[in-house]
Design a protein around this ligand. Sequence first.
Ligand code: BES
Ligand code: ZN
Length: 636
Amino acid sequence: MSCKTKSKFACEFNFDLLSISLMTLILLIVIISCDNNPKSMNNKNLISPEKPLFADDTHSYSDPDKAYTTHLDLKLKVDFESKTLNGTATYDIRAFDADVIVFDTKMLNITKVTSNIDKDIAYTIGSEDPILGSPLTIPINPETTEVTIHYSTTPESAALLWLDPEQTTDKRLPFLFTQGQAILTRTWIPCQDSPGIRITYDATLEIPDNMLAVMSASNPTERNETGIYTYKMEQPIPPYLIAMAVGDLEFGKIGDRTGVYAEPSMLDKSLFEFGDMEKMLIAAEKLYGPYLWEKYDVIVLPASFPFGGMENPRLTFATPTIIAGDKSLTALIAHELAHSWSGNLVTNATWDDFWLNEGFTVYFERRIMEALYGSDYSNMLALLGYQDLEHTVEDIGHKHGDTHLRLRLEGRDPDDGMTDIAYEKGALFLIMLENHFGRERFDQFVKDYFDKNKFQSMTTDAFIDYLNTNLLNESDEKIDIRAWIDAPGIPDDSFRPKSNKFTHVETAVAKFLNTQIAPEYDWSTHEWLHFIRQLSDELPESSMSILDKAYNFSVSGNSEIAAAWYEKSINTGYDSVNIKNIQEFLLRVGRRKFLTPLYKALIENDQKNIALAIYKKARPNYHAVSRQTLDTLLDL
Ligand code: BES
Ligand code: ZN
């Protein structure tokens, strides 16, 4: 990022000695403030950052080449009675010969637009596209530096999930959380909702005075009496990373830079589960350079949260289903932490480039886990991931365009194309490069990649250029980049992960099939998962029953083991025994990764009526992200 001083400012001085030393001092200050520190990027009067190169994003109405936002000042009142947010979004803007600036909006109620020079602007709202929402077009002139949009959200605003007290863990107070990725931020904040656009933000929230609100920004750790809180995100981020959660929350510290927010009854369990977080942060920095977001906290949300985790900067949002009691599901934290580099520092420019976020992050996540727990551990993660990839390729079709790393999502909801391909094929691509060039060289390459492109967005083409310039051209050998980026399936030169621990599990499965005896094993969660995955869908009910009695899978407190076992139960017909537990799970948990395979299995095994009956009861507890997938799956 380079910077320019404002023109003309030198001309006002006479060049006597005093002025010259004054000028030197000013120049020095300007130079110091023109480092790469993103904090200085927003100082309008001193410097104006160069206009970034914006990729063409088919999922945003905004036209940043003409006019783009640089800073947001958000003021919102959170009203649990009406389940709406009400307030203003004020943007600093930069324009280039433009007479309008365009924002993305969806499911919002816009009431007024003002600017630094006009108290009532005649804005227009375009017709609504079912995926993209509507463009909000605001006339501007060369003097316009700031626009304010007055608005409220609606009950349809898909980013928001408003939970009644009964739907929370402690059942004392209501809860609200947001989910922005991929294109949902526009349903709670009018914004230029493209991952290629970066803004800093300030926020003021007014909430009920017995609750606490946190954002992807600097956060309070205690409640105050006023119910008014302020937040600052000083590093420029894409709008999909703006996030908020309001509830019965408490904070607990883990290390100097790490901590946890959770409902009171979850706090101690969470602090134990994530006890290695500071170590993860240190391991991550050792691999790929300094952590540039100051704090790294996790908030444990109610079980309705539709994802495992979401990498909101400074504050990862996480599902409580990773609290297993034995720290065995914390690779997810390593994953979200890794996004602090891959995704949040260097960001996919469009959703077609999603693999740049997730492929790098899966690769990085496993390197963090290897650093903390050794390669036996990370190899298990890699092999489970490989199995997921094989499944997904089978599912989508070996020749299908959605198995390319570079996606073509124009005209579609980006959510529909975001599969394990980006994650696992993306990570395999990087593993292939690591194997080819050696770990030392590849690590240096990745570290430099994050450093040289920090706080910027990246297209797949720009990445290939970067790769060619900084790694491939140094080598004589040919690597078939196209086979990875723009061709389907799993390329021939991909590496198949191996795990000794899993080989032992496979022996144990064979032994069980022969003897129908289920001995005790001192296994990790991942070994158990591999065990369950190895079982055939033809296994008789009697065998399922022996395993269940020996290992208590049906009542497992480990969500991954329970979900894998429930799916196996439905596929083998053992669910007649197990349906109560399955139903309880589907009513309690809203994590889409678990819901989709379970509902799918019910449908495929002629139990759609049961699936529908459960879904109708469970749906109010699910976030719009999960609802959208399941409505389609169940033809609602
Ligand atoms: N950024 C994703 C979640 C996401 C992806 C939200 C696409 C919306 C659209 C997050 O980092 C993620 O990948 N979460 C995974 C966990 C991970 C360990 C694979 C999840 O939620 O399962
Ligand atoms: Zn991710």
